[in-house]
Design a protein around this ligand. Sequence first.
Ligand code: XMP
Ligand code: MG
Length: 188
Amino acid sequence: MDLKDIEQDLAGVLHTEEELHARLEELAREIERDYEGRSILLVGVLRGAVMVMADLSRALKRDLEMDWMAVSSYGSGTTSSGVVRILKDLDTDITGRDVLIVEDIIDSGLTLSWLQANLRSRGAASVEICTMLRKPDALKVEVDVRYCGFDIPNDFVIGYGLDYAERYRNLRGVAVLAPHVYAPADEA
Ligand code: XMP
Ligand code: MG
């Protein structure tokens, strides 16, 4: 689905598919350099990171392994609770491995700082983070992010894996969701 297909649900476009792909190519070159001579285990965080994982992994011109985790840090709303639960753990033993976490977005930072510490505690040789998006104004804890695609404003965004109530993940670009979608005007 393209940005123009749901124009009426968007309050603004942040990054087109072309911009996202071009930035991922740059990050892939950095990662190739930094991990030369070492193996890489990409760990995608379900579900939002599916698109980033698919595109970043294919942009990397080298051998690698992939695994997935699912964590939950949100209650029912749109703000992080800070309490992280593992819904699906890794299938891989990461002792001594160079792990690169692949994430869609860092908002408060609570999920990723917790996840990075958790994977480090399992004896990984290194645990770095690659995120497509980051909201600097929303950060509540410092997160050690090695690779970041774009810093964006503190708005709720959708597309490229990011959802609102499981919708819009298939949008090719990243956009700000129009308020009328999540706060419909009172018709009474
Ligand atoms: P924290 O706050 O722990 O949250 O850094 C990271 C996770 O929260 C989700 N998230 C969003 N999802 N639009 C979304 O569709 C957003 O603007 C947004 N902000 C945070 C996301 O799952 C991320 O992994
Ligand atoms: Mg996520």
